[in-house]
Design a protein around this ligand. Structure first.
Ligand code: DP6
Length: 325
C-alpha cells in the first residue's frame, strides 16, 4: 500500500472560548464554543502511508522533526491507524502559512489539515462531522477548523456527539479580523496546561461554564441578526472571562504581555471615539480585533501607528478544509 493525500485547513479564532476538558484523552470539552475561521493563516499537510517505513517521518516547515518533537503527530496517526486497523507508518509534510513566526502557528489548522490528509490517505471517507471528531483528537480547537465561517463545537454527551457544525458560511457576513503580532514572552504555558490549571484551581470555573452557555445563546442571535456591536461585546467579554480564569488560578498565570494590554486600551479608545471595534485574545500575547469593513482603515492605521506596519495582518472569514493535489 502506498496511499497519499494532501489537505489545507485554516486557523480559527474563538469568539466563545474553549477552556477546559472533561476527558483529556478524547479531548471532550466542558463547554460548547464558537469560532470564526480566518482566511489568512493556514496549514498545508500531506500524508503518505508507506509500508517501507519503520517509523513515522515528520517534516515541519522543511525540517525533519526528531521523535520527541513529532510525538503529538505520531499519536494522532495512531488514532487513525486504530480506526482503520492498519499498522503502516507515514511520511508527513506540513507547512504553516503565517506571515511571521510571531506565535500564530496554530494547532487548530495543523490538526485539521492532518486529520483530513491522514484519513483520506488511509482510505477513510469521512463527512465534516466525522472529520471534526477526528481532528478533535489532535487538538480541541482543530475541531472547529474543518468548516469555514462561523462554527460551533458541541461539547456533546461523549465522543460520538462532540463535533463541530457550521453556524454561518464564510460569505454570510463581511467582517474583518485584524491580528496584531505581539512578541512572545519567553515563558509560555501551553493551552492544555493552562486550561487544566484553571479548571483545577480557579474558584470561578463553575461560573465560567454557566456564563459560556448564556454567551453562546446571545452570540448566535447576534450572528443571526448581524448585530456587530452585540457580537463584539459578547466576544470581548467572553475572552476576558477566560483570562480571568488564568489570573484566578493557583498559581496564577497570564497570557497578557505589556503590548497586549496596550492593544486592548487602544481598542477601547477607538470605541470611545465612536468607532465600533472589539478585541479577543487566546493563549498567547497576540490580540485580534474585530471590525466591520467600513471602519477597517481607521482601526488599521491606529494599530499600525502603535505597533508598526508589518505587525498588523488583515484577515477575513475563511473557508473550510480543502483537499489539494
Ligand atoms: C484559548 O485547542 O490549543 O485558543 O485541545 O489542549 O490542544 P488542546 O487545546 P487548544 O486550546 C485552544 C484554547 C483557546 C480557545 C479556543 O480556541 O477556543
Amino acid at each position: 500500500m502506498n496511499k497519499y493525500a494532501k489537505a489545507r485547513a485554516h486557523t480559527n479564532i474563538a469568539l466563545i472560548k474553549y477552556w477546559g476538558k472533561r476527558d483529556e484523552r478524547l479531548k471532550l470539552p466542558t463547554t460548547n464554543s464558537l469560532s470564526l475561521t480566518l482566511n489568512q493563516f493556514y496549514t498545508d499537510t500531506s500524508v503518505q502511508f508507506d509500508e517501507r517505513l519503520v517509523s513515522d517521518q515528520v517534516c515541519f516547515n522543511g525540517k525533519i522533526l526528531d521523535q520527541a518533537a513529532a510525538r503529538r503527530i505520531t499519536n494522532f496517526l495512531d488514532v487513525v491507524r486504530t480506526q482503520t486497523g492498519m499498522q503502516t507508518k507515514a511520511r508527513v509534510q506540513t507547512t504553516n502559512n503565517v506571515p511571521t513566526a510571531a506565535g500564530l502557528a496554530s494547532s487548530a489548522s495543523g490538526f485539521a489539515a492532518l486529520a483530513a490528509a491522514a484519513s483520506r490517505a488511509s482510505g477513510m471517507r469521512l463527512n465534516h462531522r466525522e472529520l471534526s471528531r477526528l481532528a478533535r483528537r489532535g487538538s480541541g480547537s482543530a475541531t472547529r477548523s474543518i468548516d469555514g465561517g462561523f462554527v460551533e463545537w458541541h461539547r456533546g454527551i461523549g465522543d460520538r456527539t462532540s463535533f463541530a457544525t457550521p453556524v454561518a458560511p464564510k460569505d454570510y457576513w463581511d467582517l474583518n479580523v485584524l491580528a496584531i503580532l505581539i512578541d512572545e514572552q519567553p515563558k509560555k504555558i501551553s493551552s492544555s496546561k493552562g486550561m487544566q490549571l484553571s479548571q483545577a484551581t480557579s474558584p470561578y470555573y463553575a461560573e465560567w461554564e454557566k456564563l459560556c452557555k448564556q454567551d453562546l445563546k446571545k452570540i448566535k442571535i447576534a450572528i443571526k441578526t448581524k448585530d456587530f456591536e452585540q457580537l463584539g461585546r459578547i466576544a470581548e467579554e467572553n475572552a476576558m472571562r477566560m483570562h480571568a480564569l488564568t489570573l484566578s488560578a493557583s498559581p496564577d498565570f497570564s497570557y497578557f504581555a505589556a503590548d497586549s494590554l496596550k492593544a486592548m486600551r487602544l481598542v477601547q479608545q477607538l470605541r470611545a471615539n465612536g468607532i465600533p471595534c472589539y478585541f479577543t485574545m487566546d493563549a498567547g500575547p497576540n490580540v485580534k480585533v474585530l471590525v466591520e469593513p467600513e471602519n477597517r482603515a481607521s482601526v488599521l492605521s491606529t494599530l499600525q501607528a502603535a505597533f508598526g506596519n508589518d505587525k498588523v495582518v488583515v484577515a477575513a472569514p475563511g473557508p473550510g478544509v480543502q483537499y489539494l493535489k
